[in-house]
Write a new protein. Structure first.
Length: 127
């Protein structure tokens, strides 16, 4: 199974794994599953850190992605095409891009976002 993790799930996995529910934790640590960490999440962390809304260290998050064996996902044309077709159920541009990437990559979206299930993507609840 392919799993794309939302930004908060990435932070929980690396910094507060106890916040993950047992099913999400089990899926993320199972080596049979490919876990994708998006550049959009790193961008979101950087933007929120600059704005003073987040105190996570970007360098440590980047190192944690490698240590966990997660696959870094860049931004591709197919992700932007999927983004154009999404309805605006909420206004978070980072979530929109992550959901579009999940759709384009045929990956389940691991998130605690309750609005994510309004989109045409398989959602794995994280919290």
């Amino acid at each position: 199974m392919r799993l794309l993790i939302d930004t908060h799930v990435l932070l929980w996995t690396l910094l507060e794994p106890e916040r993950l529910n047992p099913r999400a934790h089990e899926l993320l640590v199972d080596p049979e599953h490919e876990v994708l960490a998006s550049i959009a999440s790193l961008w979101e962390i950087a933007v929120k850190k600059r704005a003073g809304k987040l105190h996570a260290e970007l360098g440590l998050v980047i190192e944690g992605i490698a240590e966990q064996g997660f696959v870094r996902l860049g931004l591709e044309d197919a992700h932007l095409q999927a983004l154009l077709g999404l309805p605006l159920h909420h206004r978070d541009p980072f979530d929109h891009l992550l959901i579009a990437q999940s759709i384009a990559e045929d990956a389940a979206f691991v998130t605690g976002d309750r609005l994510a299930n309004r989109y045409p993507v398989e959602v794995v609840p994280a919290g």
